[in-house]
Design a binder for this molecule. Structure first.
Ligand code: CTP
Ligand code: ZN
Length: 151
């Protein structure tokens, strides 16, 4: 390591989710259910970033996700980069990719949708990945990046 100190300490083994937009940090926590973890978790938010202005970072000791799980965060943090750490070294870097289908996680924008009135899990097909557009499987209304709400 250079003579600069890390703002949030290095971890020995696990996953570092870096370059998370500051405004999306807590949505990432919800999507990945990080509040349920019992292993060591450290967060930093509103850290300086040349690319994002302000960024968030999440360090998870001894946690390694399946790609399917990690890709869910692309809905709120498409810029996120994952770093897999083994014995203090970054052994792999991964980018996130918006999945083709989203089950749960997102609330349908239509107040009359069955998913907002009955205990039915939401389900969307992703019709646009760059500017997020999700079509509800039940009511066909489009939920987009402006009105997306994480549940
Ligand atoms: N990191 C960590 N623990 C380690 C090694 C790295 O927490 N044992 C973190 C670093 O703090 C950094 C991220 O993992 O946030 C990626 O590390 P590295 O690739 O060394 O940093 P950069 O070169 O800045 O990577 P990038 O430009 O891809 O963000
Ligand atoms: Zn709907």
């Amino acid at each position: 390591m250079k003579d600069k100190q890390l703002v949030v300490s290095a971890i020995k083994n696990g996953t570092v989710i870096d370059h998370v937009p500051a405004t999306a940090l807590f949505n990432v926590v919800t999507i990945l259910k990080l509040d349920k973890l019992e292993t060591m978790v450290t967060f930093g938010n509103n850290l300086g970033s040349k690319k994002l202005g302000k960024k968030g970072i999440i360090k998870l000791s001894e946690v390694f996700f399946k790609d399917d799980d990690i890709n869910k965060i692309a809905l709120v943090a498409p810029s996120a980069k994952l770093n897999i750490i083994r014995n203090y070294e970054v052994v792999e870097k991964k980018v996130v990719e918006v999945p083709d289908e989203i089950i749960g996680i997102v609330k349908c924008v239509n107040p009359k949708c069955i998913t907002n009135n009955q205990p039915v899990t939401t389900r969307f097909s992703v019709v646009s990945k760059k500017e997020i557009k999700l079509r509800c499987h039940y009511c066909e209304k489009i939920t987009n990046s402006e009105n997306i709400e994480i549940i």
